[in-house]
Design a protein around this ligand. Structure first.
Ligand SMILES: [Cu+2]
Length: 218
């Protein structure tokens, strides 16, 4: 009986871990455009947000910013690097794991052509619910009012979230025609040792939870 509460809490954590989500980059499901779609998501710690660059003939980035300066990189923030979009299974994907769900995580597209950020290509994770002075609408308003877009430096580790690897595409099994998806590797950020170490810890933690409680939950 004394273990009932801790086990219940951990069981919830395991369930929450399964709630991984996808954000499309450059389209909103009905057409291409300067979108992150969905633009705002709620995510639990240790869950993964998969950014899918599934809009051909585009080149976007997912860069972390502060709330106050939506189109400028946050110190020590993450950035996917410029990633050309592609359709279907060749679309590059980028997995961002949330490590701190207690604070908002803001991000923007730094593409200067057509000033994506200023056009409203921004998004957020665990942003305050409206109406709040720092809700999603307020963030969009600050972005569209920005005077310039500051270029980020590709980085896997961020504040409250990290990626385990640069964006990568899964090539079609029958591909032999040299598609444009290969260009993504040239502009992708390189990995860092810190991020790799964080992955090991996170992965081990998840595996341990699953091993201990997986059977019990069934
Ligand atoms: Cu963009």
């Amino acid at each position: 009986m004394r273990f009932a509460a801790p086990i219940s809490a951990l069981a919830f954590a395991v369930v929450a871990l399964a709630q991984d989500q996808t954000i499309h980059v450059g389209n909103n499901g009905t057409g291409s455009g300067l979108f992150f779609s969905p633009q705002f998501v709620n995510a639990t710690a240790n869950s993964t947000i998969t950014f899918v660059f599934d809009t051909p003939s585009t080149n976007h980035t997912v860069a972390q910013s502060s709330f106050a300066k939506p189109c400028e990189p946050l110190a020590n923030g993450f950035d996917s690097g410029y990633t050309p979009g592609a359709a279907g299974v060749a679309a590059p994907t980028w997995n961002l794991t949330v490590t701190d769900a207690s604070k908002p995580i803001w991000f923007y597209c730094a593409q200067p052509t057509k000033t994506h950020c200023i056009a409203g290509m921004v998004g957020g994770i665990n942003v305050p619910a409206p109406p709040a002075t720092n809700d999603g609408s307020a963030f969009i308003a600050l972005a569209t009012g920005a005077s310039s877009i500051v270029q980020p430096v590709p980085a896997l580790s961020g504040v409250g979230a990290f990626a385990s690897a640069a964006p990568s595409a899964t090539a079609p099994a029958s591909s032999g025609s040299g598609s444009s998806s290969g260009t993504s590797s040239g502009s992708s950020p390189s990995s860092t040792g810190n991020a790799a170490a964080a992955v090991g810890v996170s992965g081990g933690f998840v595996a341990a939870l699953a091993a201990v409680f997986g059977v019990a939950l069934l």
